[in-house]
Write a protein that binds this ligand. Sequence first.
Ligand code: RTP
Ligand code: MG
Length: 148
Amino acid sequence: MERTFLAIKPDGVQRGLVGTIIQRFEQKGYTLVGLKMLRVSRELAEQHYGEHKDKPFFPGLVNFITSGPVVAMVWEGRGVIAAARKMIGATNPLNAEPGTLRGEFGVDVGRNIIHGSDAAETAEREINLWFQTQELVPWEPSLTSWVY
Ligand code: RTP
Ligand code: MG
């Protein structure tokens, strides 16, 4: 089953959006298989955003992502990589459609609430970068056997 890596950035945590964000993906029908809160080291931040290392915004991006607690997650389900990107919305929240997380909750490109992997290879790389295999918990949601 397809998996993606999502991270609630320091602004999303500070603004109390952790529950709302998790609820969106649960309600969509995706399964949470990895979850932890952490302070991101500069090394992890620089590896995670390595593709942007020559961009002018890179130092500010690394400072921001290391500035406070982050909630790292792995979500599983059909089409989850592309669907999560759609649910997150455009990079600049001012261009993000209403109904998307960035469209609903952000106004600044440097404070855009949440990260999501942008392709299959990126998702695999980011899941391996942020999580150890034993931290991921595969399970099958089943309403009946837990209600009765
Ligand atoms: P992310 O990787 O964080 O999920 O965001 P993204 O794919 O939508 O955007 P990406 O191009 O990967 O950029 C990574 C983060 O860098 C910041 N950024 N600032 N000042 C700027 O023009 C600018 N461009 C990008 C954003 O915070 C973006 O999330
Ligand atoms: Mg990106």
